[in-house]
Design a protein around this ligand. Structure first.
Ligand SMILES: [Zn+2]
Length: 260
């Protein structure tokens, strides 16, 4: 079955004199429909070099989710459009950036946000650590994305099936459940994942156990982030930003949203 066409958003090359607004133009599937702020996209230097360049940032958490869902569906169906990856886009984004989401995921080489959400240059902030665990620099990076002028409407905490950091932690917990030991500073992510695994009351074993903890960990990191960052908490309370957890399946290529 063919996926629904992705909603398209006109590019906002030049913010209005009042400053950037994330509420601008919404494109329907039957064509581009300007809802507001038409002048914001009427930049004379907007490159007319193809469909990808007509795509602009969505403005609200719901709109961002819609764009990411559609992009992931294209990717999972084997029909990616590879938007915003042309030289023109690169040149244009060298002058400014206006990403519409931050994806926080794992370092795993198979879980590349721009690919699996079928996005391009300047579309996404990306932070990655083994197992997606947090530290101060990570939270600060997310606060940077949520703050002006970027004010991204959506943060995605993305776990993935068969996560090696989770599997490694579970293995180390078999030897020492309270203090799982991994070499060097890898112990840092193990110490963060282990309490989640203990609370998860895992049923099953092997890959089933790993995937269960991956899901619990994505939810736990989401909760930790909101607890830890007053800046992000405030943005969420004011409905400027939403934080959602999700899990990526390596086989199907599909992202499963755990909430939101
Ligand atoms: Zn991983």
């Amino acid at each position: 079955m063919m996926p629904q066409p992705e909603p398209r958003f006109l590019n906002r090359q030049n913010p209005t004199p009042a400053g950037p607004s994330r509420r601008g133009l919404l494109a329907g599937s039957s064509g581009l429909i300007a809802l507001a702020g038409l002048a914001a996209c009427a930049s004379p230097q907007a490159p007319e070099t193809g469909r990808a360049n007509l795509a602009g940032p969505p403005q609200t958490p719901d709109e961002v989710l819609q764009v990411l869902r559609a992009g992931n569906q294209r990717y999972a169906d084997g029909m990616p459009e590879h938007p915003n990856q042309a030289t023109e886009r690169r040149n244009e984004q060298a002058e400014h950036q206006n990403p519409f989401a931050l994806i926080h995921g794992c370092v795993d080489s198979r879980v590349t946000p721009e690919l699996l959400f079928d996005q391009g240059i300047g579309d996404l902030f990306v932070t990655r650590t083994a197992g997606g665990v947090l530290d101060g620099t990570l939270v600060g990076s997310m606060e940077f994305a949520v703050s002006s002028p970027y004010s991204v409407p959506l943060l995605v905490i993305l776990g993935h099936a068969a996560c090696g950091a989770v599997a490694g932690t579970l293995k180390a917990m078999e030897e020492d459940a309270k203090n799982p030991q991994l070499p060097g500073e890898m112990v840092d992510f193990a110490e963060q994942i282990a309490p989640v695994a203990r609370r998860a009351k895992v049923e099953g074993s092997g890959s089933e156990e790993v995937d269960h903890v991956v899901q619990a960990n994505a939810r736990a990191v989401t909760a930790q982030l909101l607890k830890r960052s007053a800046i992000i908490r405030e943005a969420v309370q004011e409905k400027r930003t939403r934080v959602v957890a999700a899990v990526y399946d390596l086989d199907s290529g599909e992202v499963r949203w755990l909430d939101g």
